[in-house]
Write a protein that binds this ligand. Structure first.
Ligand code: GRF
Length: 193
């Protein structure tokens, strides 16, 4: 992994849907002082809404359908190598990358998850948080390991769950903090290398 010696880190962002975190990462990378250069957007879903942000910023996109996981991941590795990608940021990417892929890529992979990990790994976090009447929730940026939502935590932000909170309002609150948290976590992570 290249260190932060004035050189920007070639980054690929993986998405599957809305892409609001992608949008905030694009805003971040466009800042002069940003340590990353988003070279590539990968999506497993050709109709992911977030792809509009890639288009409007003229960032190269690649659709990799994960129908045959092994084949797709090998293809993906070639694309990442050809584009000299040194960092992957998963942002609402709904496929689980295999242990083999993580090992072969060798470079760091980050993910953002909408809960205070290690609590509420997996899907439907907001629904479960509300059902369990949690007083707090939040978001976590972590390194991706072969176990779902379990890699080393880089940064976390906590918010209060209101008494009358519902899934939608909680999602909205958390997305808002995520858009600041992900760039901050990337910066912290890269400075720690
Ligand atoms: C975010 O809440 C993120 O934490 C989770 O999926 C959601 C993606 O939202 N992994 P968006 O596509 O970035 O708007």
């Amino acid at each position: 992994m290249e260190k932060l010696n004035g050189k920007k880190i070639n980054t690929a962002v993986f998405i599957s849907g809305r892409g609001s975190n992608l949008r905030s990462l694009i805003e971040y990378y466009k800042k002069k002082k940003s340590p990353i250069l988003i070279k590539l957007i990968i999506s497993n879903n050709p109709s992911a809404k977030g792809l509009v942000h890639a288009k409007s910023s003229k960032i190269k996109t690649c659709i990799v359908n994960f129908k045959n996981k092994n084949f797709s991941e090998n293809n993906l590795l070639k694309i990442l190598i050809n584009n000299k990608i040194n960092l992957i940021c998963l942002a609402g990417f709904m496929k689980i990358l295999s242990e083999n892929f993580i090992k072969k890529f060798k470079k760091p992979i980050l993910n953002i998850h909408p809960s205070l990990l290690p609590k509420y790994k997996g899907l439907n976090t907001h629904k479960r948080v509300i059902k369990n009447k949690e007083k707090f929730s939040g978001s976590t940026v972590h390194l991706v390991s072969s176990k779902l939502d379990s890699g080393k935590i880089i940064l976390q932000k906590k918010i209060k769950v209101s008494k009358n909170e519902n899934e939608k309002s909680l999602e909205k609150k958390i997305l808002k903090i995520e858009h600041k948290l992900y760039p901050k976590a990337i910066e912290k992570f890269l400075l720690s290398l």
